[in-house]
Write a protein that binds this ligand. Structure first.
Ligand SMILES: [Zn+2]
Ligand SMILES: [Zn+2]
Length: 530
């Protein structure tokens, strides 16, 4: 009976429209179209943008791993009030602003290991489609021109409010406070599809005079151009449910005369900083770039995946004393004098002296996984992974996939890896009680199945040694470790060992340990890690 009856596994997603977890039944068996609202490119992207990009990234990777042919579309909003405001502020063309921040966004997402969408449409390339869509709405009586602007006639669209669970009557009642009242509009709820050109602003020709599109119509035009009038999954941040997505539904269903625009609405939760909304004005605003100066992209991905995409994610920030590195408070309560050492500082210095406990944990965890992979690779050699293996490793991949089939539950999927990781570390430490061939085969299976998991998570797919070396360097810089001093101590210790002065070698090992440095002696000399 199911549309996916040709043996693709059952996947469940929580659909915002209806609010229930439902089985994914795609329009065409084995194929999925995903549209996701991308950024408005007028500034550097923040950690919330990273989360919004990660949700469809992991979903696309997983659906592909499950055998679906996915077409993933994420737009770039390169025409918008905020871009124009910035261009006027900086006295340069709006296209220069949007091109600059599109490139910066791309660079951030590359550093975070995000897959490229199959199509990345820009508003400026879809002006004909946008004008045609507005015209279709005017022709159907769902929109009206008013002084060079065109507005959507919200009262004419019956299902308005279904996605966000609001009634039109209630919205009108509270319109005075929430929605700007404009005498050109028939009703305060009506929203702009087309805005008449103002002098000094970029504009395009239209049947209503020169102007530019409103934000909402852009996504309706781009999604139907690249995925059709009805498609499978529409994603975006929770903050877009109303009015943006509500308006997209009104526009697309209204213009095309259809009952379904997106079959599934999938929204990701907010990021709070220390329990508060992130805002530039609160000084608790971190760009992706700020964070990638301190942590690897994989540590950031891992941290974001430890919370289910639908839930709110709390991002803790600790401010450290620049002199003694004691915790001086959270991002919200900046004391300017360190209680531990008395050092006086200023707010600007403190901003660059922060620590993110969640990211520290993510960073440690990713390093632990890589260290385990490195050991497992060495143990496995070229052993065939097929055949008898130990229990946790044998069941790992099935359990991992099962967790993700349940509404892309990444925290559960990451949790599934814990037991196999400790099992493999046990095998690496001692071969006791396990036959030698089972031990090696288990390591080989772990390496193979972790590669599959890595393809879905976008984590753990690098060469372990290379990752660990790069991470060590970043962490040393982050904690203010003097790498030259560590290298000197290590050279002294090597010399002590060569002259068989074991007491001195042990003393130097302790000195290094006090700096947080662990030394591993191997056949090719000593290496250190943090
Ligand atoms: Zn959108
Ligand atoms: Zn201090």
């Amino acid at each position: 009976m199911t549309e996916n009856a040709h043996s693709l596994p059952e996947i469940h997603l929580t659909d915002t429209l209806g609010g229930k977890k439902v089985p994914l039944r795609t329009l065409e068996p084995g194929k999925v179209g995903i549209y996701c609202c991308g950024p408005t490119v007028y500034d550097m992207s923040h950690i919330g943008h990273a989360r919004a990009a990660l949700a469809p990234d992991v979903m696309t990777r997983f659906l592909r791993q499950q055998g679906y042919a996915v077409k993933y579309v994420r737009n770039i909003t390169d025409i918008d009030d905020k871009i124009i405001a910035r261009s006027l502020e900086e006295d340069r063309p709006a296209t220069e602003v949007s091109e600059q921040y599109t490139a910066e966004y791309q660079r951030d997402l590359d550093s975070l290991g995000m897959i490229e969408p199959d199509v990345q449409p820009k508003v400026s390339d879809h002006m004909t489609e946008i004008v045609n869509l507005v015209q279709a709405l005017v022709d159907k009586g769902l929109a009206y021109a008013a002084g060079g602007d065109v507005y959507y006639r919200v009262r004419q669209f019956g299902p308005y409010g279904e996605l966000s669970g609001r009634s039109v009557e209630e919205m009108i009642e509270s319109a005075g406070s929430r929605i700007e009242v404009d005498e050109r509009k028939e009703s305060p709820l009506d929203f702009a599809l087309w805005k008449a050109a103002k002098s000094g602003e970029p504009s395009w020709e239209s049947p209503w005079g020169n102007g530019r599109p409103g934000w909402h119509i852009e996504c309706s035009a781009m999604s139907s151009t690249h995925l059709g009038q009805t498609f499978d999954i529409h994603g975006g941040g929770r903050d877009l449910i109303f009015p943006h997505h509500e308006n997209e539904i009104a526009q697309s269903q209204g213009a095309h005369g259809i009952d379904t625009f997106a079959k599934y609405w999938v929204h990701n939760g907010f990021i709070n900083i220390g329990g508060e909304k992130m805002a530039k004005s609160l000084g608790n605003f971190w760009t992706i770039r700020d964070i990638l100066d301190l942590y690897t992209g994989e540590a950031v991905r891992y941290f974001l995946m430890t919370v289910h995409y639908r839930h709110g994610l709390n991002f803790e920030v600790e401010v450290l004393c620049p002199a003694c590195r004691a915790v001086m408070g959270t991002a919200q309560q900046n004391a300017l004098r360190c209680k531990a050492c008395g050092h006086e500082t200023d707010a600007a210095t403190l901003r660059s002296s922060v620590r993110f406990p969640g990211l520290e944990e993510g960073d440690d965890r990713v390093a632990y996984v890589y260290a385990t992979l490195e050991g497992a690779r060495a143990l496995a050699g070229d052993t065939d992974p097929e055949g008898e293996v130990t229990e946790a490793v044998g069941g790992m991949l099935d359990a991992f996939v099962e967790a993700l089939r349940n509404d892309i539950n990444t925290p559960a999927a990451l949790g599934v890896l814990s037991k196999p990781l400790s099992e493999v570390n046990g095998l690496l430490a001692s071969g006791k009680g396990v036959a030698k061939d089972v031990r090696r085969r288990t390591a080989a299976r772990f390496v193979r199945d972790m590669a599959t998991a890595a393809g879905v998570l976008g984590c753990f797919g690098e060469d372990p040694a290379a990752y660990l070396a790069a991470r060590c360097e970043l962490k040393a810089a982050r904690i203010g470790l003097d790498v030259a001093k560590v290298e000197d101590l290590l050279a002294e210790r090597t010399a002590a060992r060569e002259s068989k002065d074991w007491a001195e070698a042990d003393r130097l090992r302790d000195v290094l340990a006090d700096l947080g440095v662990a030394v591993k002696d191997g056949p090719d000399g000593s290496v250190w890690t943090l």
